[in-house]
Design a protein around this ligand. Structure first.
Ligand code: PMP
Length: 380
């Protein structure tokens, strides 16, 4: 099987597996004061430093959560306590978009969705205009899109938002561990990540909260006061240890992995464009993540294409919404018709993807698209 669904989840890195198993083999609640508890707390402390190093922030700025969904919920719910309007975009992951709609009741006074162009980029002028009203409290824009890989240039967003006194949150789930993140350079106030996207275990993530951010205290989980009160509950020590080890492994490999993966992605795109024809690569004019390609194969519904290449694990739009019959909200926001959106396949590559795997996947995908097109145009 050619596993090309890293944006859904990446294979566990060996370092993460080892750290998780080691932590799970030991006994200890990180809140206990005896030696076993202290050892568990030390594992968490190491992981916090490893995650912080990947982001170039202080370890005290990391709150461990159950994933990016929780980190996004926590960030937006806390930020909504400031009062004022929340500005985001229609191409966000549902963990941001649906949370934003829920906490603001979707009223135009409290929620604004910025327009997105055909390349998947948000309209910065519209953002500046919204900020000029002085009513915006928080801007939440994803660092990289999970379906297309399109990257948001956060520099100008942060600059404009801060000038207007608004906080910036970014859902960096797809970018962390794939491209460098430097929080000393990029001055976002809040950032969400999920460990399983860079080779850590599923069900572990983090919210970065920049020190001094005036965030109203609004935890989602209230109880024993863990994570400085931001997230109560016994810490998931094995998961957190695995997240830390994955963060360190990803950080060390990043400089060599990213260009290698981009080269493989480009080879896959070249092969498909050349051999299937009548297709379009979504967001290709924008800066994208190295490992993602979203391709609309005209006249070939994605569910049929995927079924015709059982030896390739890819996805239709995003994995989070597959199973649901609605077309990708991201592609619709970029101006695709419903039919085009439904004819789009996402291939996402990562650290363990190999050249032979890409060659095999290209052969299978070409065959699958041709087969589906032929079946649909054949006379009855
Ligand atoms: N944000 C983005 C951009 C994602 O791609 C995902 C995972 N599909 C999430 C948030 C949610 O992450 P998790 O399911 O690990 O909570």
């Amino acid at each position: 099987l050619a596993y090309l669904d890293y944006n859904a989840t990446a294979p566990t890195r060996p370092e993460a597996l080892k750290a998780t198993v080691e932590a799970m083999s030991a006994v200890g609640n990180a809140s206990s004061t005896h030696r076993s508890g202290r050892h568990a707390a030390e594992r968490v402390d190491l992981a916090r430093r490893q995650v912080a190093e990947l982001l170039n922030c202080a370890h005290g700025e990391i709150v461990f959560t159950s994933g990016a969904t929780e980190a996004n919920n926590l960030a937006l719910r806390a930020a909504s306590g400031i009062g004022g309007r929340l500005v985001t975009s229609p191409v966000e992951h549902p963990a941001v978009l649906e949370t934003a709609k829920t906490i603001t009741s979707g009223s135009p006074d409290s929620l604004m969705l910025l327009p997105v162009d055909a390349d998947g980029l948000v309209d910065l002028d519209a953002l500046r205009k919204a900020l000029a009203t002085g009513e915006v409290a928080v801007v939440s824009l994803m660092a990289a899109n999970n379906e297309t890989g399109v990257i948001t240039d956060l520099g100008p967003v942060v600059e404009a938002a801060h000038r207007a006194g608004a906080l910036v949150h970014t859902d960096a789930t797809q970018l962390v561990g794939r491209l460098p993140v430097d929080l000393a350079e990029t001055d976002v106030d809040l950032l969400s990540l999920s460990a399983h996207k860079f080779g850590g275990p599923q069900g572990v993530g983090a919210l970065f909260v920049r020190r001094g951010t005036p965030l109203p205290y609004r935890p989602l989980l209230i109880g024993g006061g863990q994570e400085r009160g931001w997230r109560a509950g016994t810490l998931n020590v094995p998961g957190i240890a695995g997240a830390g080890a994955a963060a360190e492994a990803a950080r060390r490999a990043l400089a060599t992995e990213a260009p290698r993966i981009a080269q493989l992605r480009d080879a896959l795109e070249d092969a498909l464009v050349e051999r299937v024809g009548d297709c379009r690569i979504n967001g290709v004019r924008s800066t994208r993540l190295p490992g993602v390609t979203s391709i609309t194969f005209n006249g070939a519904p994605a569910d049929a294409v995927l079924a015709a290449m059982p030896d390739v694990a890819a996805s239709e739009g995003s994995a989070c919404s597959s199973g649901a019959p609605s077309p990708s909200h991201v592609l619709l926001a970029m101006g695709h018709s419903r039919e085009e959106a439904d004819s789009t396949v996402r291939f996402s590559l990562g650290y363990a993807t190999t050249a032979p795997e890409i060659e095999r996947a290209a052969v299978s995908a070409v065959r699958a698209v041709r087969h589906v097109r032929a079946a649909l145009t054949a006379p009855l």
